[in-house]
Structures are given as C-alpha cells and as structure tokens.
Design a protein around this ligand. Sequence first.
Ligand SMILES: Cc1cc2nc3c(=O)[nH]c(=O)nc-3n(C[C@H](O)[C@H](O)[C@H](O)COP(=O)(O)OP(=O)(O)OC[C@H]3O[C@@H](n4cnc5c(N)ncnc54)[C@H](O)[C@@H]3O)c2cc1C
Length: 485
Amino acid sequence: MEDLNGTVDESVSWTNKPKVIIIGAGIAGIAAGEYLARKGLTDFKILEASNRTGGRIWSVDVDDDGHKAEMGANWIHGIERNPIYQIADQNHLLELRHANRNLRRRDLHATESGDIVSDKMVKEVDFSYGMLIAECEDYFHSSMPTPEEGDSVGAHLEREFQEKLDKYSNGDRRFRQMVFDQRILLECCITGCDNMSDVSLEEFGCYEELPGVHYTIPPGFEAILEILKKNIPEENILLNKPVKTINWSPSENNKSEEVCVECENGEKFYANHVICTVSIGVLKAACDRMFYPPLPKDKQQAIQSLGFGIVDKVILEFDQTVVDSDVFRIELLWDRDNVKEKDLRYTWMRKIYSFEVVHENILVGWLSGKEALYMESLTEDQIAEDCRDLLRKFLNRNDIPLPKRVIRTRWGNNPYTRGSYSFLAIGARQKDIYTLQEPLTASGCDKPQVLFGGEATHPTFYSTTHGALLTGYREAQRIVKLHTE
Ligand SMILES: Cc1cc2nc3c(=O)[nH]c(=O)nc-3n(C[C@H](O)[C@H](O)[C@H](O)COP(=O)(O)OP(=O)(O)OC[C@H]3O[C@@H](n4cnc5c(N)ncnc54)[C@H](O)[C@@H]3O)c2cc1C
C-alpha cells in the first residue's frame, strides 16, 4: 500500500459509506479512526475497554514540574521512514531532546560488589556482541540453515560468546561475561521475552530496525495520540466498553450491517466492518470465545505460535539525587555465579539490567519475563527496599535512602494487554504475522467483516508504536479502498 504514512491524497470519492467499529483505542485503533475521519468517514466508533485511550502508550506525571515517565512506550525507534518521528518533529515535541543527555553523559558499568568495569572492556564486549547479533539476524536474510533445528538466539549467542571468552584469563573473563549477561538482559527487554532462548534464531532478523537515533518525547508519548485524536470527533471514542464477542455471521445479523459487536455490559453495536486491534495477549487468552463463527484454524494457530512477553518498569522517586551529576545510566553487571537462591523473592531484581536517570531524582529500571511478573505481585514498599539494597551494593554506598515513591507497571496482569509486546518465538514464522493480519470474510460475502490491526500484525515493525500506527492506517485504508472509486 503506497499511502503508508497516511499523508498523501486526502480526497476520495466514496461509492457508499460503510459503518465501522474499531476495537481498542491504542495507537493502532486511534490511527485507524484518524485515517477514516480524514477521508471523510464519520460513521465509526472506537470501543475501548479501559477508562483511557493509549493502551500501551501511557505517560504519567512524576513530579509537580510537569515531568513525565512512560509506563509503556518510551522511545521513538529510529527516524527515517518513522511516522511517529514525523508527527513528533512536525509538532515540535522533540525540542527538549537530549537536554538530560547533554548533562549526563556517563554510563557506569558497576558490579554487585561495587567494582566499576572499564569503558575499554565494555566497548570490546559490545563490539563482539554487536557482531554476534548481526550474525543472528543474517539467518533470516540468507537461506543459511541454523546450526541446530529449532535453534534459539539465546543458545547461539551463548555458544559463540563462550568461544570468544576462551582467549581471556579468569579475571578478565568474569567481567566480560558479566557485561555480556547484562546485554542479554537488555536484549530480553528489547525483544519482549523472558529469555533469549525463547526467541527463534531463524526468524530473528525479520524485525526491521529503522535508521537513526532513539528519541524520547519530553511532553510524554501520549502527546502523539493527542495529535491524532484532534481529527476524531470526541463522541466517536467510547471508553469503558470492553468487547465480549464479535459475531461476524451476516446470516444472524442485519443484512446491511453484517457484524455485531457485543460489550461485557450487553450493549450491542452493528457495523459493516470491524477493525480489531486488541493485543495478541488478549487474543491468546480470549480468541476462542470472542469470535463467532470461530477464527479459522490457521489464524488460531498463528495467535498461539507468536510470542508475547512481559516487560515492566520500576520507577523510583527519591528526595534527592542519588547518583553523580554526570551519570546517565547505572548498568547493573550481575554475576551469574552469585546466584545462591532460586526463590524469586530474592532473585527477581537480578533481571533489572540498568537504572536510567530520567530526571534528577527519578530512576527507571526495566525487567522482563517471570521476574517481571513476580515483581507485579510485590508491594511498593517491598520493591522500594529491594531496589535501595540493590543500589547500595552496586554504587558501594550505604547512604542511599529509600525511594519516597515507587511507580511500577503491571503489563502482565493488565487484563486488556496481558503482556507487553510480540516477538517471533521458537516455532513461529513471519508468515504467522501475515496469517494474523488476514481479514475475515464470511462465506457468500464479497467484502471482509473483520480486519486485524495492532503491533503484532506488522510483519517487520512488530512490537513498536510505529508498527502499530501503520497497521491502523493499513486496515483503515483497506476499508476506504473497498468503498471508493
Ligand atoms: C513497557 C513497554 C515499553 C515499550 N517501549 C516501546 C518503545 O520504547 N518504543 C516503541 O515504539 N514501542 C514500545 N512499546 C510497544 C508499544 O507500546 C506498542 O507496540 C504499541 O503501543 C501497541 O499499540 P496497539 O494499538 O497495537 O495496542 P494497544 O496499545 O495494546 O491497544 C489496544 C487497546 O485495546 C484495548 N482492548 C483490549 N481488549 C479489549 C476489549 N475486549 N474490548 C475493547 N478494547 C480492548 C486495550 O485496552 C488497548 O487500549 C512498549 C510497550 C511496553 C508495554
């Protein structure tokens, strides 16, 4: 489809105007609505289960000075061809970019006993690590078979890195191993998995990284949504409307509006087309009772095969700055040989790979997988104590106070996401994404009733906001094409 960013040729000539329901007011759903509105279609409703728009884009206030922290999407991943970057740039949302980074240039690589690993060693490990990641990506781009059947990115990286480590003496080896392990924890959060051994080596390279740096949005990622929402009539977005079922059997519904969407409260909405943008976590949990007739077997199979992991954040607010004024990140170099406990109560924090200084008194840490899910079950006081103890060890300072406030995310337990973002798990293929995005057309009908958007339906930009936005445009554009000359 040529109109990827939804920016060219506004005028269309409708043969007839259909009625549309969009399920989910995340960026995919909002983008779909914005596109339809811009093309002159106003007879649509966006049904959102929760009490806010944005879904996995969620910016919260962290102090009285207007500073934001992101509970979900954090960075604009790349610049070139990135529609999120274009919106942010055109609307001057990036003017404050780099403000924090200009002052805070140093990333501290610290071990559990407070040792600092030299930048030189970190750079050397990063170089090898970067080469190994590129090697993993090559399996997808070439037809080269993976070393083992069903091979994982985690297994490949571990095998190859151990070989590189062999040439170092014991002390050096240990520190390099710790840096490598830290990069793996980071990779788990980038990928959205518990462990890199869950990720398909064969398909890893199908994710496309856009060129350019990764920007944050100082007024908050939600500002992107607010810009898109300006084109959507307010009354078209209905909050607190969790959808229970989508009946796409025209014979059971009104002839002219073939789909019936029923909400948990029994309210029914009829339309010619439904764009479903709920996360694949929601589909995994509910697709067998959500759709009538049931989804085709290959779509059900694709939903179950694709990976959907948990990535969470822990945001700590202190009374005062707890790190030196030039430090941007404390990279946590955990020692794999120090794990004496198996109980997650004592080990969950070992999955946090760094703390980043987002504002003077505010640190943000990321973690993924089962440790993240466990963290979701803790009280904020427990998290505060565990993080204070951790920082005391890594910074070798007993004066680190308890944070005065902890904000943490609970994406695993959120019933309307059930996780964070999708990845190609072992056994999944890129073709599963194409199967997932395939619209449903009831027998005897010439136009599809149910269309699928959302980050997990983008074949190369899955897991991102730009991927999600483009799928919203893609499906809205599909509808426009069906009803215009
Ligand atoms: C911790 C975290 C960090 C991230 N970091 C980045 C990042 O730095 N950069 C980046 O580009 N991306 C990032 N992402 C990913 C990005 O946020 C998502 O890919 C994107 O926001 C997904 O948008 P979506 O519209 O596809 O889905 P969602 O945002 O999940 O929207 C779907 C909507 O559907 C609603 N819904 C669910 N079930 C129902 C139902 N039954 N009835 C009605 N409504 C329903 C949900 O409430 C939700 O609002 C991150 C995500 C997380 C969780």
